[in-house]
Design a protein around this ligand. Structure first.
Ligand code: NAD
Ligand code: LMR
Length: 327
């Protein structure tokens, strides 16, 4: 067993997503069965007591890989020496709200956290932002962390990706694991563009197995509005499935994706695919040697360009709304 624990910071540790995520991290689902983990839990001061209760349950689970838990309301302490950070702590939206409406309440959380990561995290820090609106919050955090390579700041598209796999799996009647190279471009918002252009099942194109009208009229809106549907039906926003997606994202980042397979990751743009440099948008990626690598040079159809452009427009609007929070 690798004896050096990986230091993992999780914000919003007393919240709903963390209540699922922390137990999966501690059980080895992210960093593997050979890697011990030390958890740094960040919460706002009024939630520290509840966080202690979560830590008690983590200890009571007797996870063999869990070496210690530190609880704090100070980002500098939470990110000290951190190798991975899950930025979950933020307000969820309510029924009928768009995620972008959370920018006023949540945006200001991410500048100070980006700065604390910059000053205190380990050199190999990997940051996954889950708190909404995740893409623009990621841009805010990255802008305060100029010493950390921008591509170490990622926003979560994996829940949208997994929702796409689930819808296709149910429609076509194959396990989700057989569907490769599904891509969700753009923003984690209702504008997102779930794109089956490259998706295959056993080497055959998914687009040959489903009706184009179903894709346009059912599949894309269903996936794009699934968060709102969960809020409507469950009464609160997705939590366990969000944690599962966060596990998938970080695990793939750490251990790598299978040769030739892509997943959906929101990275700060390098200007490719018509996405303004710095906007954080979902693109096709694979993971190798502990880094996400953007798939380059894909030829885009008119439909794909329009789907991406819709997201660029929305992300520009979000960027303009938070210009005072960017440095
Ligand atoms: P929750 O309200 O149950 O928990 C959020 C926790 O964050 C609370 O305990 C709160 O005290 C804490 N918090 C608030 N400000 C903080 C700060 N500055 N530092 C540390 N902790 C802080 O919410 P939840 O259901 O866990 O959702 C968390 C966020 O994740 C929401 O913004 C939600 O919309 C978002 N979300 C994103 C995705 C995605 O796919 N990106 C999926 C689901 C939910
Ligand atoms: C989701 O997609 O489930 C989350 O972003 C929560 C939400 O507000 O929809």
């Amino acid at each position: 067993m690798n004896k050096t624990p990986v230091k993992v910071a999780v914000t919003g540790a007393a919240g709903q997503i963390a209540y699922s995520l922390l137990f999966r991290i501690a059980s080895g689902s992210v960093f593997g069965p050979e890697t011990p983990v030390e958890l740094n839990l960040l919460e706002i001061t009024p939630a520290l007591h509840a966080t202690e209760g979560v830590a008690m349950e983590l200890f009571d689970s007797a996870f063999p890989l869990l070496t210690g838990i530190n609880i704090t309301d100070d980002p500098a302490k939470a990110f000290d020496g951190a190798n991975a950070a899950f930025l979950v702590g933020a307000k969820p939206r309510g029924k009928g709200e768009e995620r972008s409406a959370l920018l006023g309440a949540n945006g200001k959380i991410f500048g100070p956290q980006g700065a604390a990561l910059n000053d205190h995290a380990a050199d190999d820090i990997k940051v996954l932002v889950v708190g909404n609106p995740a893409n623009t919050n990621t841009m805010i955090a990255a802008s305060h962390a100029k010493d950390i390579p921008a591509e170490r700041f990622t926003a979560m598209m994996r829940l949208d990706h997994n929702r796409s796999l689930s819808q296709l799996s149910q429609k076509i009647g194959v396990p989700t694991t057989e569907i490769k190279n599904m891509i969700v471009w753009g923003n984690h918002s209702a504008d997102q563009f779930p794109d089956i252009t490259y998706a295959t099942i056993a080497g055959e194109k998914v687009s040959d197995k489903v009706d184009a009208a179903w894709v346009e009229q059912d599949f894309i809106p269903r996936v794009a509005k699934r968060g709102a549907e969960i809020i409507e039906v469950r009464g609160s926003s997705s939590a366990a499935s969000a944690a599962a997606a966060a596990v998938d994202h970080m695990r793939d980042w750490v251990t790598g994706t299978p040769e030739g397979e892509w997943v959906s990751v929101a990275l700060p743009s390098d200007g490719s695919y018509g996405i303004d440099e710095g906007l954080v948008a979902g693109v096709p990626c694979y993971a190798k040697d502990g880094e996400w690598v953007r798939v380059e040079g894909l030829d885009l159809s008119e439909v794909q360009r329009a789907g991406i452009e819709r997201n660029v427009k929305a992300l520009r609007e979000e960027r303009d709304a938070v210009k005072d929070l960017l440095v």
